[in-house]
Design a binder for this molecule. Structure first.
Ligand SMILES: [Zn+2]
Length: 83
């Protein structure tokens, strides 16, 4: 019989499957869109434009970078108008 050698990583995965990911905001993209990292397994998630939570793929990362840029510009315009 083979010995099972569970790693910490697989344990974290099992934990997340059982109890759900422990997501923490890792980055604020806009007021409504945030990136999250799971404290347990390190999985990255993000809010999408539809208000859903999705796996943070390279494509989403790129979209978020773009969103953050636009958001930054809008904030600057807003403050320029306000003052
Ligand atoms: Zn997790």
């Amino acid at each position: 019989m083979k010995k099972l050698t569970p790693t910490l990583f697989s344990f974290a995965k099992v934990y997340c499957n059982l109890f759900g990911h422990k997501l923490r905001v890792s980055k604020n993209i806009t007021n409504h869109v945030h990136e999250y990292t799971c404290k347990k397994c390190g999985m990255e998630m993000t809010d999408t434009a539809d208000g859903l939570l999705a796996r943070l793929t390279p494509r989403f990362k790129e979209t978020n970078r773009y969103l953050a840029k636009i958001h930054e510009k809008r904030k600057r315009v807003f403050f320029a108008k306000a003052s």
